[in-house]
Write a protein that binds this ligand. Structure first.
Ligand code: ME8
Length: 638
């Protein structure tokens, strides 16, 4: 029976549309799934949406919808996005699914019956943005580290999970199972946290404050804390306790998350499982954060990357390739469209694409479009090197994929592609083709090149499935070509089989045109990201737009994107705007801009921004809206 391999993504909050970060995690899950499936494992990929809690209620209200209407709509955006990014999930779970709600109730009841959930009065510091209590030592300068707001002291009667009781067990488990949390730095982070006494976890919210949640089975006046509810998705999806899939895939599970949710996954979840007497998951795999042009991705900076827009502009395969190649798993990375275009041109169009067309064109010209036999060449003369390089590369690739070092695996393949390009130059098939006595040699060289690309295609298939499929089809391999044997062996391509015609795999992108308004050649035309859900006029009226006159402007140190402006709105505000790529500071002084005047202040690169300048944002930068005439500062915009 095939070894089970269960991989999960976080279930994403439906308070906002999917962005680059969500796409990255889910693409990684898909790449891992495809790799292990090609290696003969029985894989199962779970993703979904996290739909309860206060955050969602507030977002639904702002959109003028009921929570259920709202979550159904946004959840649909996530569900609809994944197939368009070539992600093949096996299941999409929603925390509003009745079967999930039932399982959460059963787990709560089980832990309660065991005596590990108790009722108590609690006074603590509560961050409404995070929907949780904070301990003093978790705050930074007395503020929530995520929201930069001072938490409110609230006193409430609530239910608590005896998490502290499992602290020693958890430390021991992490130490005895080295791959339990990886990479190492995140394991160390969890262990560092566990050096202090672990407090019990508040797992309820009174219905007087929050109704949008799962009612506690033992007290109708409370709903379940959203994290306790959400984490259970990983087993409710499999039909815990006696579903067939649960029996098959649990606990062979690899959870995949970013560093923002290390604590719930590294501490709450294993202790919850332990308390409920369910085997603990196999591993937690944690990646870093994508920034955009070195700034944190945020709505207020207007730099949120829409995955679909990128994939439509540059092609899904190139987008997947860039994300997997650019980020070292575990570390932060920076996204920029120009870096992506650079990589597409250098790696995909030049190195891979040219090699592929060059080789097929030569094979059609010199061997009549038939895979030649390698046997007739002189290995000494032409170098056994390529075969050895290929096998060493395949081994390095495998070790890197198994260790979640995806960028290294890809680098190994592209290093080999570079070697093949050099091999063409040094072996000079066009010279061999001129000498009859060198025909055996020519066949040997061409076979090596074709077989090398067959192997490269198989190894790149998890990241770029369609490209790999086109390559394999042109190389004369039929459907279902990526088998466990095909990934580490040489000599799979059968001599005598017919080759397809050369096709350009990745057209070169004109950087200037692409970064302007034009779309890349060959890519479907996109007229900007899809429209957001409709809002009621009342929602719009809540936003106070004003004319402001820019009094002064300067660059924000260490940022290529941000300008710090002093703006007169009738009162003087400091506003940080992501428009430094489009405007020199002196261009803006004396200009009128449109400002969102009632936006909550936010810190950007250490500067408090007290509003937001409206701008049209496209691939070339952010173009501020500059009203005509000279309306006085503070004039409302409607
Ligand atoms: O935390 N870079 O949902 P969420 C990389 N519902 N990955 C990013 C990212 C970035 N800048 N931003 C987000 C929740 N992500 C909970 C999870 S699980 C039981 C409940 C990705 O919508 C990354 O995977 O805030 C991160 O962990 C996740 O989105 C957070 O998604």
């Amino acid at each position: 029976m095939a070894e089970p391999f269960y991989i999960t993504t976080p279930i994403y909050y439906v308070n906002a549309r999917p962005h680059l970060g969500h796409a990255y995690t889910t693409i990684v899950a898909d790449v891992v799934r495809r790799y292990h499936r090609a290696n003969g494992k029985d894989t199962y990929l779970l993703t979904g949406t996290d739909e309860h809690g206060d955050k969602i209620v507030r977002a639904a209200k702002a959109a003028g919808k009921t929570p259920l209407e709202f979550v159904t709509e946004i959840s649909g955006l996530f569900r609809g996005l994944w197939p368009r990014l070539e992600i093949g999930h096996d299941q999409f779970i929603r925390t509003t699914d009745p079967s999930h709600i039932k399982t959460v109730g059963e787990i709560l009841q089980r832990i309660y019956d065991k005596g590990d959930i108790y009722h108590s009065e609690y006074e603590g510091l509560y961050c409404f943005g995070c929907e949780r209590f904070y301990g003093e030592r978790e705050l930074v300068d007395g503020k929530c580290p995520d929201h930069q707001t001072v938490p409110e002291t609230i006193k409430e009667s609530n239910y608590f999970f005896r998490m502290g009781k499992y602290q020693d067990w958890l430390i021991d488990h992490i130490q005895k199972n080295p791959g339990f949390i990886q990479p190492e730095r995140y394991k160390n982070e969890v262990l560092a946290f566990l050096r202090e006494p672990l407090e019990d976890l508040c797992v309820s919210r009174p219905k007087s404050r929050l109704k949008w949640g799962i009612t506690l089975p033992f007290d109708n006046n409370y709903v379940c804390y959203v994290w306790f509810d959400a984490l259970v998705n990983y087993i409710s999806a499999l039909g815990w306790p006696d579903g067939e899939r649960f029996g098959k895939y649990w606990p062979a599970v690899r959870h995949l998350v970013a560093k923002d949710i290390l604590k719930p996954h590294g501490i709450y979840w294993p202790t919850m499982l332990k308390a409920a007497a369910i085997p603990v998951y196999q591993s937690l795999n944690v990646h870093g954060y994508w920034n955009v042009e070195e700034s944190k991705m945020s709505k207020s900076l207007g730099n949120v990357v829409e995955p679909l827009a990128m994939a439509e502009k540059y092609g899904v395969e190139a987008f997947r390739y860039f994300l997997m190649r650019e980020m070292a798993f575990g570390l932060d990375a920076s996204f920029s469209e120009s870096a992506m275009v650079g990589r597409i041109n250098a790696d995909l169009a030049n190195d891979l694409g040219n090699l592929f067309t060059r080789t097929l064109t030569m094979a059609h010209k010199y061997t009549g479009g038939i895979v030649p036999s390698p046997g007739d060449g002189d290995a000494e003369e032409t170098g056994e090197g390529l075969r050895k390089d290929a096998l060493a590369m395949a081994a390095e690739y495998r070790a890197s994929m198994e260790g979640w070092h995806f960028h290294k695996a890809i680098m190994a393949v592209f290093d080999f592609i570079g070697k093949m390009n050099k091999y063409v130059d040094t072996s000079q098939p066009w010279v061999l083709a001129k000498r009859k006595e060198a025909f055996g040699q020519l066949g040997f060289v061409l076979y090596n090149l074709l077989e090398g690309q067959r192997l490269a295609a198989c190894l790149l298939a998890p990241v770029m499935p369609k490209t790999a499929s086109v390559m394999l089809e042109r190389l004369g391999m039929g459907e279902g070509q990526v088998s466990p044997e095909s990934l580490g062996r040489w000599g799979i391509l059968p001599p005598g089989s017919r080759l397809g015609k050369a096709v350009p795999l990745f057209p070169r992108i004109d950087m200037e045109k692409a970064m302007g308004t034009e779309t890349a050649p060959g890519a479907p035309v996109s007229s900007g990201p899809p429209l957001k859900p409709q809002v009621d006029i009342e929602v719009l009226r809540q936003i106070d737009l004003r004319v402001g006159k820019v009094l002064s402007a300067e660059r924000v140190p260490k940022s290529s994107k941000l300008l710090k402006l002093e703006v007169d709105l009738g009162e003087i505000r400091t506003i940080v705007a992501g428009i430094a790529k489009t405007y020199a500071p002196e261009d803006l002084v004396g200009k009128n801009v449109v400002v969102v005047a009632n936006l909550a202040p936010a810190r950007l690169m250490g500067v408090e921004s007290q509003g937001m300048v409206l701008a049209a944002v496209d691939g070339s930068g952010a173009h501020a809206l500059l009203p005509d005439g000279d309306p006085p500062p503070g004039t409302p915009v409607s």
